[in-house]
Design a protein around this ligand. Structure first.
Ligand SMILES: *[C@@H]1O[C@H](CO)[C@@H](O)[C@H](O)[C@H]1NC(C)=O
Ligand SMILES: *[C@@H]1O[C@H](CO)[C@@H](O)[C@H](O)[C@H]1NC(C)=O
Length: 265
C-alpha cells in the first residue's frame, strides 16, 4: 500500500507501501497554519510523528483512517497517542514544544477499506478541550469542492525527499493544483504495485510539477482552499514527487459523517 502514514518505528522510520510527506515544498512560517496537528506515538524510548491532522473543533482532529494502523502493531495503546498543536516542529524543541493533548477516542469511518483506501477518514478526540490562541485555531469545514485548476495548500511533516525516510524538522507547505477527477481516475492505479488502491469520486487530486507532492508522514493532514478544509491527505503514487497527483479524501463528501462525530464531543 502506498499510503502516507509513518507506521513503524525501530531505529529509523519505516513506511508500508509508501505515501507522502511533502516533497518540493518550503518551510512554513510559525503561527500561519494554526489548524495543523501532529499525531505522535510514544514508545518507552521515543515519541515519533506518524500522521498529520486538522483541528476542526475544540476537541476534534480530522485525520485519515489509515493512520489508525499505528495502533494495530502488537502492544500499541491508545493512551500513547498524543496530539501536538501550536508548533511547526515535528519533535519537541527546547524553544517550541507545542501543546500536547491525550486522546480520548480514535474513530475511523465505518466503511473505511484499507485495501482500496476508500472512506479514508477518521476523527481523533482529545482528552481535554484544545486551547485556541494566536498559534492554535480550528479550520472551517469545506462548503464546496474546489474548482479544477485552483491552488490547494497542503502542509505536513512527511518525507521531503523520495526514498529518504527522514522527516523534516519544521512543517512544510506547498500549493498544488486541483486536477479534474476524470483525469485523475484515468490514472488508476496510481501505484501499479498497489493495484487495488483506487482514486474514486470521494477523492480530490492535486498535482504540481515533477518534484512536488505530498509523501509519507503527511497523511491525515490538511488540504486547504480559501480558508476551508477541503481534504485530508490520503495516498499517492509509489514515488513521491514523480509528477503524479497526490490524493486527498474529499471533506465535503463526508460533511454529515464529520458533523456527527464532532457533535458527539
Ligand atoms: C475492500 O476493497 C477491496 C478492493 O477493492 C475489495 O476486494 C474488498 O471486497 C473490499 N472490502 C470490503 C469489506 O468491502
Ligand atoms: C448522522 O447521524 C444521524 C442521526 O443519528 C443519522 O441518522 C445519520 O445516518 C448519520 N449520518 C452519517 C453519514 O453518519
Amino acid at each position: 500500500m502506498m499510503y502516507w502514514a509513518i507506521l513503524l518505528f525501530c531505529n529509523f522510520v519505516k513506511v508500508l507501501c509508501v505515501p507522502h510527506p511533502i516533497v518540493g515544498g518550503r518551510t512554513a512560517q510559525p503561527n500561519t497554519y494554526g489548524y495543523q496537528a501532529s499525531l505522535r506515538y510514544a514508545t518507552e524510548a521515543i515519541e515519533f510523528h506518524f500522521c498529520g491532522g486538522s483541528i476542526i473543533s475544540d476537541k476534534c482532529i480530522l485525520t485519515a483512517a489509515h493512520c489508525y494502523e499505528v495502533l494495530t502493531k502488537p502492544n500499541r495503546e491508545l493512551s500513547r497517542v498524543h496530539v501536538y498543536v501550536g508548533t511547526i516542529y515535528a519533535k519537541k524543541s527546547p524553544n517550541d514544544k507545542g501543546d500536547m493533548y491525550g486522546v480520548e477516542s480514535f474513530k475511523k469511518h465505518e466503511q473505511f477499506n484499507r485495501t482500496s483506501l476508500i472512506n479514508d477518514l477518521a476523527v481523533v478526540t482529545t482528552d481535554k478541550p484544545i486551547r485556541f490562541n494566536f498559534r492554535v485555531w480550528p479550520i472551517k469545514l469545506a462548503t464546496i469542492r474546489p474548482p479544477d485548476g485552483s491552488f490547494i495548500t497542503v502542509t505536513g511533516w512527511g518525507y521531503i525527499k523520495n526514498g529518504v525516510k527522514v522527516i523534516p524538522r519544521k512543517l512544510q507547505v506547498i500549493n498544488l493544483k486541483m486536477m479534474s477527477l476524470t483525469d485523475c481516475m484515468a490514472l488508476n492505479p496510481l501505484d501499479p504495485s498497489c493495484p487495488l488502491e483506487k482514486v474514486t469520486e470521494t477523492n480530490i487530486c492535486i498535482v504540481g510539477n515533477v518534484g512536488q507532492s505530498t509523501c509519507q508522514g503527511d497523511s491525515g493532514g490538511p488540504a486547504a482552499y480559501n480558508g476551508e478544509l477541503v481534504g485530508a491527505i490520503s495516498f499517492g503514487a509509489d514515488q513521491c514527487g514523480d509528477g503524479k497527483p497526490s490524493v486527498m479524501t474529499c471533506v465535503i463528501d463526508y460533511i454529515e459523517w464529520i458533523r456527527n462525530q464532532t457533535e458527539m464531543h
